[in-house]
Design a protein. Structure first.
Length: 171
């Protein structure tokens, strides 16, 4: 580390001005004191322990990996055209295009816990849901936004569901 902060007076000026007032010796003492203080601070900073909570970092990484897995699975999930009723959702499905031409349809959702953090889109693909409703029924005690059943009853309407630990949510 280079410590001199204040310059001393050149020799020709020292003879004229500095000697009488001891300028250069005071500047040197100041620079030495400043240099010692800076070195002490650097040593103190270097000695500070770095507090890292590895368990917290690992938990955050695991949560991010789970989200990434869910996004990747949804990206790879395909769309299924639903022509039969009831239709039981199984496997990795990204969306259901429900054919309402031949009548009303019932969609049975899987357990939200088994589909955790995945997204499922359900849509009236034929445009007849006003007449031929689409009834969506969650598994077991699951709900959809705290409702036991959701009904699509508008032509070409649909919604996107996300599976959570407490059931399905409309997103």
């Amino acid at each position: 580390m280079s410590c001199p902060i204040l310059p001393t007076l050149p020799a020709d000026l020292t003879n004229r001005f500095g000697q009488a007032k001891g300028w250069n010796s005071r500047v040197s003492a100041f620079n030495t004191g400043l240099c010692d203080t800076l070195e002490s601070l650097e040593q103190a900073l270097a000695a500070l322990p770095v507090q890292v909570d590895l368990a917290d970092i690992e938990a955050r990484i695991a949560a991010l990996e789970a989200r990434l897995d869910a996004v990747t699975e949804n990206a790879e999930a395909g769309w299924v055209t639903v022509n039969t009723t009831p239709y039981n959702v199984s496997g990795i499905v990204g969306g259901l295009l429900v054919n309402t031409l031949s009548g009303a349809k019932t969609i049975n959702l899987p357990s939200a816990n088994g589909y955790l953090n995945r997204v499922l889109v359900i849509k009236d693909d034929s445009g007849l849901a006003t007449t031929n409703h689409i009834t969506v029924i969650p598994a077991g005690t699951d709900t959809i936004d705290d409702e036991p059943v959701m009904v699509i009853d508008s032509n070409y309407a649909g919604f996107q569901l996300k599976a959570t630990s407490s059931g399905w949510e409309i997103v």
